[in-house]
Design a protein around this ligand. Structure first.
Ligand code: HEC
Length: 135
């Protein structure tokens, strides 16, 4: 029952977000970190540095490589993605993981704000075509 209530609440949040124009809406800054559609830290040097530490301390590097160049887990610096690389998709993947793969969810280890910092670090390592940046 609680799960059902949470799901309904989540659906309402998404609907509210859509009503405000969806991804990157101007209300994003006012939302709690987990409910944001776009990363508030993209390009922010301090957040990137914090994300780099979290990348190391949490162990992301062990599968994705120190510079996210790939290993057991996919390269996160190029234009090959499993899903469209929106901020929202990265947040969900890092928070909840991917069922059936060894990408587990990290929501017990990382606060929503920290997940955004890790994403800022990942974005700072991007080596793909600048025209394909959708974040
Ligand atoms: C045990 C190995 C492992 C660890 C540790 C790990 N990942 Fe992953 N990760 C994977 C695998 C495997 C996939 C591909 C999942 C799939 O095929 O959908 C993945 C997918 C991803 C994706 C989505 C890539 C895409 O193309 O859609 C992101 C983003 C990501 N990981 C970030 C992280 C971050 C951040 C951490 C640390 C908090 C982390 N991963 C830790 C194995 C790992």
């Amino acid at each position: 029952m609680l799960t059902r209530i949470a799901l309904v609440a989540a659906a309402l949040l998404v609907a509210a977000g859509a009503a405000h124009g969806g991804a990157g809406g101007i209300d994003d800054e006012a939302k709690p970190a987990a409910a944001r559609d776009a990363n508030p830290y993209t390009g922010d040097a301090a957040a990137i540095a914090a994300g780099k530490d979290l990348w190391r301390d949490t162990g992301c590097y062990s599968c994705h490589g120190g510079l996210a160049e790939g290993g057991v887990g996919p390269d996160l610096t190029d234009d090959t993605w499993v899903y469209k690389p929106t901020d929202k998709m990265l947040f969900k993947t890092i928070s909840k993981g991917r069922a059936g793969t060894n990408m587990v969810g990290w929501s017990a280890d990382l606060e929503p704000d920290e997940i955004w910092q890790v994403i800022a670090y990942i974005r700072s390592l991007y080596l793909g075509n600048p025209k394909k940046i959708i974040w």
